[in-house]
Design a protein around this ligand. Structure first.
Ligand code: NAG
Ligand code: NAG
Ligand code: NAG
Ligand code: NAG
Ligand code: NAG
Ligand code: NAG
Ligand code: NAG
Length: 517
């Protein structure tokens, strides 16, 4: 009996096959909420014995992870803060401008990171080989990093901490119906009206023209400078991606059909509860009337708010019958009401887990929403960028919270929304229902992500999961050749029938003439 068990164990170990691969992870976006989603993946991969090298703006810095090498490119946070993307964050800028800004900023930041001496060292010594490259895909921000895949010629797995732009769906042959799955940049949610449908279709077309004719060729030009002129076209490298892991929340995201090499993951960053710092714990414990937790996340900083909006928020919070814990990024909050406590940084997940928290005022980032649902806290959303407006609209639709728009925010509106969400138990009940759906998964988010990554390592890619649609031209996919043929047939038939009819007419006419004569 025992030898059999040992045998089975041994065989399963061998079949595992993914033992100790060399993995390069590239996570260039200077955004804590994005990095927080990926950290558990690279940690877990290293604990499983893979030799993992990671380029990140937020290293874990845990020396006990001996199989992990982290290259800290956190200096590029400064590029983000200086960028026009951040400066335009609070203006109702056009979506076109935002798409352009994301691309420009991505090129700038990725180039600065590639020039980093430690990365140059790896790129220039020719011994290092990798078995797999993980690339953070975030909109058109990380196109340049696919140059690494040209250098190491190994399978690539893309990971996104939110949804992805159209071109990634195109690369893997995934359908992007403008009405069923409108792009997140449009901020739509639920059933959309006629004008939104029109807008979605036009955006769908515009985005492709802009991406394939401007953004991608531009990124390709820059990539050639760093990875050599003999690399394949950048678009072909991206298209060659083996697998794409997309962060999709089963509660708030609209269901969409996915090809098998697009795998949905969620709740990667949800961690075990840790004890709160003493001062915060005392504050929460003693606030028996309830606490509102206020944080606009890690990208949107409260200090960027216009003075008028900030004054309205402060007045609203001051009039609440609750205490308020506010993540405010400077030491001093002007006109701070007595019921408001600020801290530059707060352990959000653990705070949301405290029983006295009544409501969470958030910008509506996916990670914050996941934390709120996990801890059954109803929400008040003040959305800003990318997926935040559509996330919050969905939360409102599901009866889990209220939305207050930043452009029209007043003291009354914010106060009313918070009082309603904190006071009506139905909101919390609806969040609890959502939690029970979100919890009901066959495995934890990080285990699923790691399983799929090792799957690609075991099979040296995942060609067998690739949809034929991914390699079809526009003409083939939309069957334009077939449609043209059918049109031609119909036209020919029409022509033939018309000819016969007119011939028959002529015939009867001439018969009649003959008769009359
Ligand atoms: C490091 O990798 C080895 C296998 O290469 C594995 O046995 C070990 O558990 C890993 N250690 C840590 C701390 O990740
Ligand atoms: C470092 O990682 C180890 C292994 O998971 C963990 O036990 C330890 O708590 C981590 N240390 C810190 C400071 O996070
Ligand atoms: C991982 O690979 C690097 C070379 O890329 C090597 O220097 C390092 O020793 C390896 N780490 C382990 C734990 O094998
Ligand atoms: C950001 O702006 C500051 C102040 O204008 C400037 O000193 C700094 O060099 C800029 N940094 C980058 C990376 O552009
Ligand atoms: C690595 O290869 C490149 C191109 O083949 C070459 O230019 C470079 O000198 C090599 N570097 C080393 C350290 O051998
Ligand atoms: C496509 O990916 C495979 C590994 O999955 C790699 O060997 C090949 O070089 C890649 N081709 C291009 C054009 O990137
Ligand atoms: C909670 O959900 C139920 C069922 O979906 C809905 O009828 C109700 O209106 C929601 N509650 C709120 C406060 O929106």
């Amino acid at each position: 009996m025992i030898p059999i068990i040992i045998n089975i164990l041994w065989i399963s170990l061998c079949l595992h096959g993914a033992n100790s691969a060399k993995i390069l992870g590239i996570f260039p976006a200077p955004s804590f909420s994005h990095q927080q989603t990926f950290q558990p993946i690279w940690k877990e991969l290293s604990l499983r014995g893979h030799n993992v090298t990671v380029i990140t703006t937020n290293p874990l810095g845990n020396n006990s992870l001996i199989n992990l090498t982290e290259i800290n490119v956190g200096f590029t946070y400064e590029h983000l803060l200086n960028s026009s993307f951040i400066q335009h964050l609070y203006e109702p800028d056009s979506v076109f401008r935002k798409v352009y800004d994301i691309h420009r900023l991505g090129l700038e930041i990725n180039e600065a990171q590639i020039m980093h001496e430690k990365i140059q060292h790896i790129l220039n010594e020719n011994e290092t080989k990798f078995d797999l490259i993980l690339i953070q895909v975030v909109q058109s921000f990380t196109d340049l990093t696919f140059g690494y895949a040209a250098k190491y010629k190994c399978p690539v797995v893309g990971i996104s901490s939110l949804g992805v732009f159209f071109h990634f769906h195109d690369f893997l042959g995934n359908p992007t119906h403008p009405v069923v799955s409108p792009d997140m940049m449009l901020g739509f949610a639920g059933k959309i009206n006629f004008f939104q449908k029109l807008q979605s279709l036009l955006y769908n077309l515009w985005y492709r023209l802009f991406y394939y004719w401007y953004i991608l060729p531009n990124a390709d030009r820059v990539a050639r400078k760093h990875f050599g002129d003999d690399m394949p076209y950048l678009g072909d490298i991206e298209r060659n991606m083996s697998l794409l892991l997309v962060n999709s929340n089963p509660v708030i995201h609209a269901v969409r059909p996915n090809v098998p090499n697009i795998v949905e993951i969620c709740r990667l960053h949800i961690s075990e509860k840790k004890p709160l710092p003493k001062d915060i714990k005392d504050y929460l414990d003693s606030s028996t009337q309830g606490v509102v937790y206020f944080s606009l996340g890690s990208n949107v900083k409260s200090t960027y708010l216009s003075v008028e909006v900030r004054q309205e928020i402060i007045k609203a919070l001051g009039e609440l019958p609750y205490n308020v814990l506010w993540k405010w990024e400077t030491d001093h909050l002007p006109d701070r009401p007595p019921n408001v406590l600020t801290r530059k940084w707060l352990p959000q997940q653990d705070i949301l887990g405290h029983p006295n928290i009544k409501a969470f005022v958030t910008q509506g980032g996916l990670q914050s929403i996941e934390e709120a649902i996990t801890n059954e806290v109803p929400l008040v959303g003040i959305p800003f960028i990318t997926d935040q407006p559509s996330n919050i609209k969905r939360i409102v639709e599901l009866g889990m919270g209220q939305m207050v728009e930043q452009q029209t925010l007043t003291k009354e509106k914010l106060k009313k929304a918070i009082l309603e969400v904190a006071g009506d138990p139905e909101y919390k009940e609806n969040v609890s229902k959502a939690k029970s759906i979100m919890d009901d998964q066959p495995m934890k988010g990080v285990d699923k992500a790691v399983w799929w990554i090792e799957y690609v390592i075991r099979h040296n890619g995942a060609k067998h999961l690739r949809s034929q649609a991914a390699d079809m031209s526009f003409f083939e996919y939309f069957m334009i050749d077939v449609a043209l043929f059918l049109f031609a047939c119909i036209f020919a038939m029409y022509y033939l029938v018309a000819k016969i009819v007119s011939a028959a007419k002529q015939c009867t006419n001439s018969n009649n003439k003959v008769k009359r004569n």
